[in-house]
Ligand binder design. Structure first.
Ligand code: ADP
Ligand code: ZN
Length: 605
């Protein structure tokens, strides 16, 4: 008698119930159906094929593009007592033969393979001599030529359907857009597959966007809330990455740099430390992230505007995979718009491509400047309707104040127009404020009717107006990237008085940070760990790290933060109580139960 999906969920994974579409997907596969699963990062895609692979006869074959990830997933499964293995180019010939032997002997429940390996004639004929429970195609968007992660071999995977028509297939991705979905269906011959589309909302992520005043101080204040937390800080340039990492380390926050300019060995070492250690901050360019499966990333901070909403969603999505509270925090300023426009202008891309890139930048700016629910706007970018307020973004928690800026907007647009649409915001603001200088008289701009009409506002206020006009598409930066401003089609309505303009009041730059350097390291506050609980929390984490070292796996493979947190709250006194905690399956209970109970009981005593 085979086990039921729920039995497997309890005994192997230690979870009490399925989430979202998981159960429907699992049952569909067990019945032999094909499935296409669209679920955000952290949604719980893995269980969708792991559970049916354990319920059905035979082995589950998982196609995965990332060698580094395979090992972690296999480690995690083995910790849970599942017979899992992987086959890729990182194994020695001998180890490969051993895996093949176990495959043929029917000793494995799950096997992870790289696509190029799967597609070899040798491997396919091995599979023909084996009972296959299902094929799972992870990161299925890799078939798409339009995405960043295109893998030509993925397109050949339709062969599985031809050679093994009776074996159910499940394709999974966290990429939401319609075009990619259609491409997956077509390329993988999944026309008959049932589609399971989840909401792409990440309810545990709190979004916050702020104006940059003093990036370092702002970052430091943010990090104060995240003492001892693992996180990622994204910056645009390699230099900024290096400088920020160095400065954070000096300030006593363990931080490592990561960008494409570092040699492969250093990059590898830094990535490995990030995955294996608790509480490390990675300062990185976008080169870092693909395949970062660490569940307990508590924050993602952006020091510069990302390239697009997709990029922002993906990067922030690396936070809080484990479902516990996490923060997406971003700073931006007017200079970002200029830098980004320049980068687009100077890139090698074709004009059509540049136009698309500029549009992407504009929608991101509109997001950054939004005065209503961020979640609503973020999900709208992926065609999903969400009705705010969500209560978990800065705009919902503290709605921004707005002011009627119709007249200043008219003055600004008019000054741009009358000076010939050939200047950047700096000079136009000088015109508005009536600054007399050499350049001004040379250009004759001190004789413009708009000269000095905006002297009632200071430079900072004007910069805020220009930034927001850009974000609203009432001004555009030139395509060549010199930062010069031009009117747009929409500007006219404002100039002639048909369109009022409301802008957000910029928050005042915060006063110098209160000096609050706690001598004692405060950890876990972002997860709601109270001061009195900290000693035990630290002990539990210490034990986890110790065990992880012994077993050569990342700490979260031993237990997730969510599981440690549950222990901290439930204070289980014996194995039975420990087993009731989410994330404690039978294998882990046997292996680690007594160690954790000892730590808990020692504290309680
Ligand atoms: P994805 O691959 O979709 O990003 P994962 O499969 O890695 O997500 O799952 C994300 C996290 O959620 C993991 O820590 C996993 O153990 C946890 N998880 C998944 N399903 C459940 C469930 N039914 N109950 C509790 N935790 C779950
Ligand atoms: Zn909101």
């Amino acid at each position: 008698m085979l086990s039921s999906p729920l039995d497997i969920l309890h005994s192997v994974f230690g979870y009490t119930q399925f989430r979202g579409h998981q159960q429907a997907i699992v049952e569909h596969l067990i019945d032999g159906g094909d499935a296409l699963v669209l679920m955000p990062t952290g949604g719980g895609k893995s269980l969708c094929y792991q559970v049916p692979a354990l319920v059905r006869q035979g082995i589950g074959i998982v196609v995965s593009p990332l060698i580094a990830l395979m090992q972690d997933q296999v480690d995690a499964l083995r910790e849970a007592g599942v017979a899992a293995a992987y086959l890729n180019s990182s194994l020695s010939a001998e180890d490969q033969r051993e895996v093949e032997r176990r495959l043929l002997a029917g000793e494995l429940n799950l096997l992870y393979v790289a696509p190029e390996r799967l597609l070899t004639g040798r491997f396919l004929s091995l599979l023909e001599r084996t009972e296959v429970a299902l094929f799972a195609i992870d990161e299925a968007h890799c078939v798409s030529q339009w995405g960043h992660d295109f893998r030509p071999e993925y397109r050949e995977l339709a062969v599985l359907h031809q050679r093994f028509p009776q074996v159910p297939r499940i394709a999974l991705t966290a990429t939401a857009d319609e075009r990619t979905r259609e491409e997956i269906v077509e390329r993988l011959a999944l026309q008959e597959a049932r589609q399971f589309v989840s909401s792409f909302d990440r309810p545990n992520i709190r979004y916050q966007v702020g104006q940059r005043h003093n990036a370092r101080r702002q970052l430091m204040e943010f990090l104060e809330r995240h003492r001892g937390d693992t996180g990622i800080v994204y910056a645009l340039s390699r230099r900024k990455v290096d400088e920020t990492a160095a400065w954070l380390s000096e300030a006593g926050i363990e931080a490592l740099p990561y960008h494409a300019g570092l040699d492969a060995a250093t990059r590898h070492a830094h990535q490995r430390r990030f995955l294996r250690e608790d509480g490390l901050v990675m300062v990185a360019t976008v080169a870092f992230g693909m395949g970062i499966d660490k569940p307990d990333v508590r924050f993602v901070a952006h020091l510069d505007l990302p390239r697009s909403m997709e990029g922002y969603y993906q990067e922030t999505g690396r936070a809080g995979r484990d479902g516990l509270p996490a923060e997406a925090w971003m700073l931006f300023g007017l200079s970002d718009v200029v830098t980004m426009s320049q980068m687009i202008a100077q890139s090698e891309s074709a004009d059509e491509r540049k136009r698309v890139e500029r549009q992407k930048l504009e929608s991101l700016l509109a997001y950054a400047e939004a005065t209503h629910c961020r979640r609503e706007q973020l999900l709208a970018a992926f065609g999903e309707t969400f009705h705010g307020p969500c209560g978990r973004c800065d705009n919902c928690i503290e709605p921004p104040k707005t002011w009627d800026a119709t007249v200043p907007a008219q003055k600004a647009l008019s000054a741009v127009y009358r000076s010939g649409q050939r200047f950047g915001s700096g000079h136009v603001i000088d015109i508005l404020r009536g600054e007399h200088n050499e350049r001004m008289s040379e250009l004759g701009h001190d004789r413009l009717t708009t000269f000095g009409v905006g002297a009632d506002m200071d430079e900072k206020q004007w910069r805020s107006v220009f930034r927001q006009l850009l974000a609203m598409g009432l001004l555009e930066a030139d395509a060549e990237g010199y930062g010069t401003l031009r009117l747009t089609k929409a500007s006219r309505d404002v100039l002639v008085g048909n369109q009022p303009v409301r802008l957000r009041e910029d928050a005042r730059p915060p006063r110098a940070a209160r000096k609050r350097r706690d001598s004692q390291l405060v950890t876990g506050t972002s997860l709601g760990v109270e001061a009195f609980e900290q000693p035990l929390w630290d002990e539990l984490r210490k034990l986890r790290t110790q065990l992880a070292r012994q077993h050569g796996v990342p700490p979260y493979v031993i237990f997730h933060d969510a599981t440690l947190l549950a222990m901290l709250r439930a204070l289980p006194a014996n194995e039975e109580e420990l087993a009731a905690i989410s994330g404690v399956g039978e294998a882990k209970l046997k292996r680690y139960g007594s160690d954790f109970l000892a730590v808990i009981n020692a504290q309680e005593a």
